[in-house]
Design a protein around this ligand. Structure first.
Ligand SMILES: [Zn+2]
Length: 717
């Protein structure tokens, strides 16, 4: 099915090169000393990373994936080619590269006419060798967009004018000592959730277009310095053909694709125009989601009204008014102390409130590095967390999601593997990289998704503070990339008012009106991507081991599902709507084929083998240290938070939290300060009471003399 060997060769070069670095590390590990459990896990991690590379490779060159064609002038890959490779990889389409004039690779025109060709990109320096009439003829009657990329001041003006329908007549360099910014315009079908967004530009110089002003060009992206806006990515209409023109934004020496890609904003800025073009060209045939999802998680509270600054009843009113959902990251230690009224509130509003698992005792870093706390002890805590949550469910009738939020910060990769073994759905934390690992090297797309399977093949998801300042770039890019949004906070976020999150919810809902606010479990069950195949069925790439496939169409569809799966831990069963389903594990991934009737849903559940017997696990609270710690935490959240001095003490404690040596001292100061505050409050109350009593006694004295009965009542109060 592969039309010619070009893209297969290109992709083997890209995919295998990326994996080679991992393989070297993998081999080195294999030749090392006798492996211990940690090393074994590390090897599994590396295998998983290689499997991940392999999966991307397989999915990209799968015979059903469609193509974007790049026509270039020389055998040398340009910076734009590298950016296109990343964008096509992200959207799961092939990049077919043809060097103009090289007949060994077949005729570019024949490739343009292929039904699987979704878009055509031409390197600006190859324009002179392309017959425009013939190319436009080959594209006529199709909706295949054309991209001219890598335009520089050397690009001939007449060529630029001819391919932009007279809109652009030249290109010039822009250098700036000050930081530059990308500013996205408003172009239907292209800019989508990025419309009007401003994000930092990667670099201090670029090339921009000189426009005639009389053409039909629309400015998709401009670059702004402190004085002016200049267009770098435009769209023109060429005799009915949609043509995009992109200047060389990364000049020689500033190719930033391999540079810092820490945040989604910086990673996206590297390849923003390519991502916009490929998403537009691929449409349904590129990886996308069926819905947009968002969630707010509040860590720590148990079910009492109020919990510190959090009133569940008032929050419900805000959620209904501003349409959002709250998950409580629930500490299992609290399983048996819920208040009946709050339990009813949760049970009656399951569409607005949900529960997930937050540690076990939450006694500081209970899921610590393995040297500080052995894996066995951590596994015991994990098992107890589940046993306690089952009891919570039995006592309250409230279901809980098998999604784990680590107390304070994410644990090790080993504990992620245990989470997978115990059939948790995912872990959600402020970082998706385990504490003993680093981001996989050579993965510039890593920051573009909040979820990764790079560690123990287990879905690890990044979440973001609800207090985030200037969230526009973050929100716009995530929505554009079809990523779910995970916000988190604590009860004190609502100290300023129970409406504290309303603004963020409003922004999200305005930016993407299709956003569905759900519990963490529900979102994880929809954590998969789909793409339309040539046979009108769908490929599915799932990150989750338990997911609901939605067929939103009016006819039956077959979903060809693939999931990265190393085989460790062993799979106990795979079921579809409760029926066992045979599956095959091959070369690092699991493949399932499921038919879903029109408007139907099929629930796929992968279960892993484990020795968990919940009934045999103790849920008792037999540690005085933990009991004391939880009581102090309650005192901090519920009592201290009422007073300014109490809040100041809590702030002081948390400011020094990461300073390990200072933690104990700060905890002591918090406790002492709290005791002083309590004495002050108790003393003050007693003083007020005594004063009031004295005054009242003085006032009623004449009455006592007159009426002994009334005086008796006054004294009882
Ligand atoms: Zn917590």
């Amino acid at each position: 099915m592969i039309p010619n060997g070009v893209h297969a060769r290109r992709f083997s070069a890209i995919g295998l090169f990326d994996c080679a670095a991992e393989s070297t590390a993998f081999d080195t590990l294999l030749t090392g000393a006798a492996p211990d459990r940690v090393d074994a896990r590390r090897r599994r991690g590396l295998r998983a990373t290689c499997a991940s590379c392999f999966l991307i490779l397989m999915l990209s060159v799968c015979c059903y994936a469609s193509d974007v064609l790049l026509i270039r002038s020389t055998e040398t890959a340009s910076p734009e080619q590298r950016q296109l490779e990343l964008a096509t990889q992200f959207y799961g389409v092939n990049l077919k590269v043809i060097t103009a004039g090289d007949r060994n690779y077949g005729s570019p025109l024949r490739a343009v006419r292929e039904n699987t060709t979704l878009g055509v990109a031409i390197q600006a320096d190859a324009l002179a060798s392309i017959n425009q009439d013939k190319l436009l003829g080959a594209l006529r009657g199709r909706s295949t967009p054309l991209l001219i990329l890598g335009v520089t001041p050397e690009t001939r003006s007449n060529l630029l004018s001819a391919w932009s329908s007279g809109a652009a007549v030249g290109a010039q360099p822009l250098e700036s000592p000050l930081p530059l910014h990308y500013v996205v315009g408003r172009v239907a079908g292209i800019t989508q959730q990025l419309t009007d967004l401003e994000i930092p530009f990667p670099g201090n110089n670029t090339v921009y277009f000189s426009l005639t002003g009389g053409g039909t060009a629309q400015e998709i992206i401009s670059v702004r310095n402190d004085r002016k806006f200049v267009p770098v990515f435009i769209e023109a209409d060429l005799h009915g053909q949609k043509v995009f023109l992109l200047s060389r934004t990364h000049l020689a020496g500033s190719n930033a694709v391999a540079a810092a890609t820490d945040t989604i904003e910086t990673a996206f800025a590297e390849i923003a125009p390519m991502m916009m073009f490929i998403k537009y060209a691929a449409g349904e045939r590129g990886w996308h989601t069926l819905h947009h999802y968002a969630n707010l998680t509040i860590d720590d509270p148990w079910l009492r009204e109020p919990y510190g600054d959090l009133s569940y009843q008032s929050l419900l009113t805000e959620m209904e008014k501003h349409d959002f959902h709250t998950t409580i990251a629930f500490i299992p230690w609290n399983y048996d102390r819920s208040e009946a009224e709050t339990v009813s509130l949760f049970r009656n509003h399951a569409d607005r409130f949900s529960i997930c698992v937050h540690g076990d005792n939450h006694d500081h870093k209970e899921f610590e590095d393995l040297a500080s706390k052995p894996l066995n002890a951590q596994m015991t805590a994990l098992q107890q967390s589940l046993a306690r949550m089952e009891k919570f469910h039995a006592l309250t009738g409230i279901p809980y999601d098998n999604v784990f939020v680590f107390p304070h910060s994410i644990g090790t990769e080993s504990i992620l593997e245990e989470l997978k073994t115990y059939n948790f759905l995912a872990t959600v934390n402020s970082s998706n990289v385990p504490m003993d690992r680093v981001r996989p090297p050579g993965t510039p797309l890593f920051a573009l998704r909040p979820v990764t399977l790079s560690f123990a093949d287990f879905p690890s998801i990044s979440r973001y503070p609800a207090t985030m300042q200037n969230p526009n770039g973050f929100l716009g890019i995530n929505e554009f990339l079809d990523n779910p949004l995970f916000f988190y906070t604590h009860h004190d976020f609502f100290a300023s008012g129970i409406d504290a999150f309303d603004g963020m919810a409003d922004r999200v809902n305005k930016l993407e009106p299709d956003t569905q606010w759900r519990g963490l479990g529900d979102i994880v069950k929809h954590l998969y991507l789909v793409r339309l195949r040539d046979d009108f069925n769908y490929d599915v790439l799932t990150f989750s081991n338990s997911f609901d496939l939605d067929n939103t169409s009016e006819h039956s569809l077959t979903f060809n599902i693939q999931k990265q799966e190393s085989g460790s831990p062993a799979i106990a069963s795979v079921s579809v709507n409760g029926q066992d389903y045979p599956v095959e594990l091959r070369e690092g991934y699991l493949a399932i084929r499921v038919s879903v009737p029109a408007r139907g849903i099929r629930s796929v559940v992968i279960q892993y083998k484990n020795d968990l017997v919940l009934a045999s696990i103790s849920t008792s609270k037999d540690s005085l240290r933990v009991d004391l710690l939880r009581e102090v935490s309650d005192f901090r959240d519920i009592t201290l938070s009422k007073y300014r001095l109490g809040r100041a003490l809590t702030d002081y404690y948390y400011k020094g939290y990461d300073d390990k040596h200072g933690t104990t001292a700060r905890l002591l100061i918090l406790a002492c300060g709290g005791i002083i505050l309590v004495l002050f409050v108790v003393g003050g109350s007693w003083g007020l009471w005594a004063t009031a009593k004295r005054k009242k006694a003085a006032a009623v004295t004449p009455d006592i003399l007159r009426n002994a009965k009334i005086a008796g009542v006054a004294q009882q109060k």
